[in-house]
Design a protein around this ligand. Structure first.
Ligand SMILES: Cc1cn([C@H]2C[C@H](O)[C@@H](COP(=O)(O)OP(=O)(O)O[C@H]3O[C@@H](C)C(=O)[C@@H](O)[C@H]3O)O2)c(=O)[nH]c1=O
Length: 179
């Protein structure tokens, strides 16, 4: 397993070691000890989530506020998504920068997104199963978000806006400037 640093401090691309033989493949999708050593921090994941979406579905950009903030380790079990993490740590030199990475069942990449980020993804394949670990529990009252087409962030979602499928909740999220 490798952890590749990104332009956003504490945000890592994780590449698992995949063992292929005549039966198929095997890989450790998570190993707490290796993971904590590689990223140089101790993260205690407490909740696992999975979602299924069709092509063009965009979920995000989401975060939980203050003491309910969540670090996430995200991956794709089936299909391909463009995953986006936005640095919303006000004291960060990369405040307002975003990282986008294609995650797929083929490349098996994972993205570790620390607390203090907004997160979202768009499905590029016909369907996708998205799976992720969180280091804090879901708390509806502390949910926050940023609108996907925010003009300050100017995120390239790789699909035309008229092909996107977005929940009612996500289509009325506030702008980055209002954070
Ligand atoms: C996120 C979440 C949702 N729910 C419920 C609330 C709601 O009725 C239903 C669907 O919720 P949402 O529409 O918020 O689901 P979704 O848009 O998939 O939300 C997720 O988006 C991605 C981008 C993230 O980063 C996640 O942290 C999470 O915010 O599931 C839980 O019970 N537990 C959870 O942890």
């Amino acid at each position: 397993m490798k952890a590749i640093p990104t332009k956003l401090k504490q945000c890592f691309i994780i590449e698992p070691s995949v063992f292929i033989d005549s039966r198929g493949y095997f890989f450790e999708s998570f190993n707490q000890k290796t993971f904590n050593e590689l990223i140089g921090q101790k993260v205690d994941f407490v909740q696992d989530n999975e979602s299924y979406s069709t092509k063009g579905v965009l979920r995000g950009l989401h975060f939980q506020k203050e003491e309910w903030a969540q670090a996430k380790l995200v991956r794709v079990v089936k299909g391909c998504v463009l995953d986006v993490a936005v640095d919303i740590r006000k004291d960060s030199p990369t405040y307002g920068d975003y990282l986008s990475v294609e995650l797929s069942d083929d490349n098996k990449k994972q993205l570790f997104i620390p607390r203090g980020f907004a997160h979202g993804f768009v499905v590029l394949s016909d369907t996708a199963i998205f799976s992720y670990k969180c280091d804090n529990y879901y708390n509806k009252a502390s949910e926050g978000g940023i609108i996907y087409n925010d003009t300050t962030l100017n995120i390239d979602w790789k699909l035309p806006f008229d092909k996107l499928i977005i929940s009612e909740k996500d289509s009325i999220l506030p702008t980055f400037e209002t954070l």
